[in-house]
Structures are given as C-alpha cells and as structure tokens.
Design a protein around this ligand. Structure first.
Ligand SMILES: NC(=O)c1ccc[n+]([C@@H]2O[C@H](COP(=O)([O-])OP(=O)(O)OC[C@H]3O[C@@H](n4cnc5c(N)ncnc54)[C@H](O)[C@@H]3O)[C@@H](O)[C@H]2O)c1
Length: 287
C-alpha cells in the first residue's frame, strides 16, 4: 500500500488513543519509516509517556519522535530540515477551546480562540504543505483528517466551520501542488474514541447515533484501523491519480438521509446502553 523503506511523517500524536498512533503503527507494519510529531515535550510527558500500558515502553523507545507546535512556523520549518526526503505527511491535528468554540451556544466573543482554532485545525495544513515540499522533490502525498461537513452537528460549532475550510484547503492545495507531483487528500472519519473527541461536549455519544445512520457497523475503537488503512492507501502508489478528494471512512453514514429503518440496521451484539464510551452527561445528540 505504501512504499516500504520510505519516510512518512505522522503529525499529531498525543497518546495511545490518537488516530495518529494507529496510522503510524500501521505505516510501520507496512514497512514505512515513520517520524511522529508531538506538540511539545510537556504534552509528551503528560499523555504519551503515560500510555505505557497500551504503548509498551520498549515500543515507545523505538519511535522516532519530534516536537512540532504548528502555531510556530519556525518549528514546521525545522521539522522538515531534519527528516530527510519524505514520501508522505499525515496531518492529524485539530484544536478548539471547548469553553468558547464548542458547546451549546454557537456564538462566542472569544475571537482569538476562533482564530487559534482556525490556525491549528486548518491553516497549519497549508503551512505543512508549504514546508514539506522541500523534502518531497520526487513528489508524494499529504493527508489530513476531517469530520462530516455535509451536515451541521450540535456542539461542534466552530470546529465544523474549520473542517469545512480544511476541506476547501485540500482542494486548493491539490491544485497548487499537482505540478510538484504532490497529492493532497482528506479522510473524513466517523466518530472515534480519542482525547480530542472527549473534549467535545456530547460528542462521545455520536457513535451511538452513528449506529442508527451508518449502513455498515461502526466501532469507535476498532475502526481506527480502517481509517489508517485508507490513509495508507492515499499515501501510496495505488492512489497515484487521486488528489483534492475527501474520502469518507464512516460506515456510509454521510450518505444516508434520515435514520435507517429498523430492518436496515446492523444487529449490534451489545445493547446501546452497554457502550463503555458513552458520555452519560448532557442531552442526546440527534442528527
Ligand atoms: N476522534 C474523532 O472522532 C475524529 C473524527 C474525524 C476526524 N478527526 C480528526 O482527527 C484528527 C486527530 O484527532 P484525534 O481524534 O486523534 O485526537 P487527538 O487528541 O489524539 O489528536 C489531536 C492532536 O492535535 C494536536 N495539536 C493540538 N494543537 C496543536 C498544535 N498547536 N501544534 C501541534 N499539534 C497540536 C494534539 O497535541 C493532538 O496530538 C483531528 O484533526 C480530528 O479533528 C477525529
């Protein structure tokens, strides 16, 4: 799926729940050399170093980890000065202040928070493309992660707006970097258990709703690997003529109108209420 022996930079590793972790691990299994980025040393010590039960210390010690805060352009420049030639970059980064940019009320006067969220969750992908180009002389692929922008979700507020901008950015970057033989795509994932997701009020129960709209069964933990497989496909030679696309890995939920009829639904082996990831606070989301 990818080119064994080549270098892939996976940005946005926080802990064992991160989509970046599952992607990076998959790329390593497929023979890629993976450079992970973590936001900063403090984040690493608080989150990654404490993932020790699910990322054994022996495995952690083998990772090629770099620090890169995408709010600081100089750190992005420095990252690509140190990686050597790169075949692909995965941007698995987003942030919005949950107190101002997410929640029950869409409007906020915290304009600086909106700007920060836009910079981290969208603009940074352009900055990564700008600087990664210098180490992709033979072309390559850039992939980012998005969440369904065809509908408006409660609580997701400004992140939904920034994801829509990110998808427009994917198309703009695809147009710009075709001449460099660099492809630019996004994977739109269904809800997955992670720290970023847990910060979105009520977001954890989205997966419960997903069960009523997704024709295929959807699992917030196990299906991270399906997202990782699509990322690997978009990074590798089998997608050589694919660029500017948003590929949905969401069980098909994004194409379904309304909710599935009872006879159309996958019969989940456990009752909905038994789900360990469910957030028991706040109103139920309806999509
Ligand atoms: N979890 C989901 O349900 C879901 C669904 C669709 C898309 N996504 C997207 O997947 C991506 C990864 O999210 P995740 O769910 O794995 O959560 P996560 O919390 O594990 O990852 C988010 C990452 O963004 C990083 N980050 C935030 N600010 C940064 C900055 N200034 N500089 C550098 N890094 C910074 C965090 O350190 C963290 O590593 C995000 O873009 C998210 O929107 C997630």
């Amino acid at each position: 799926m990818i080119e064994p022996g080549k270098t892939y930079v996976v940005m946005g590793l926080l802990d064992a729940d991160s989509i970046a972790w599952v992607i990076g691990r998959r790329l390593r299994e497929l023979g890629g050399r993976v450079v992970f980025t973590v936001q900063n040393e403090r984040i690493k010590s608080i989150f990654l170093d404490r993932s020790d039960r699910r990322i054994p210390p022996q495995e952690l010690a083998t990772l090629d980890l770099r620090y890169c805060d995408v709010m600081d352009d100089a750190q992005i420049v420095q990252l690509f000065e140190q990686t050597g030639p790169v075949a692909g970059v995965v941007h698995s980064i987003a942030y919005a202040n949950p107190r101002t940019c997410l929640g029950e009320e869409f409007h906020t006067d915290a304009l600086e928070d909106i700007r920060q969220s836009y910079h981290i969750s969208c603009v940074s992908f352009a900055r990564v493309a700008r600087h990664a180009r210098s180490v992709m002389a033979d072309g390559g692929a850039l992939v980012t992660l998005t969440f369904d922008t065809s509908r408006v979700y409660p609580y997701y507020n400004w992140m939904g707006v920034h994801k829509a901008a990110l998808e427009a950015l994917v198309r703009a970057l695809a147009r710009r970097h075709g001449r460099d033989l660099i492809r630019v795509n996004a994977v739109s994932a269904g809800p997955l258990h992670s720290r970023a997701a847990s910060k979105i009020p009520g977001f954890n129960r989205l997966h419960r709703i997903w069960r009523s709209v997704s024709p295929l069964p959807w699992d917030v933990e196990a299906d991270k690997i399906e997202v990782a497989n699509m990322v690997a496909f978009l990074l590798g030679p089998y997608s050589r003529k694919v660029t500017g696309q948003v590929i949905h890995v969401d069980g098909g939920a994004s194409v379904v109108a309304g909710t599935l009829m009872p006879w159309e639904q996958w019969q989940y082996p456990t009752a909905l209420t038994d789900d360990p990831h469910e957030d028991h606070e706040g109103p139920v989301l309806r999509i």
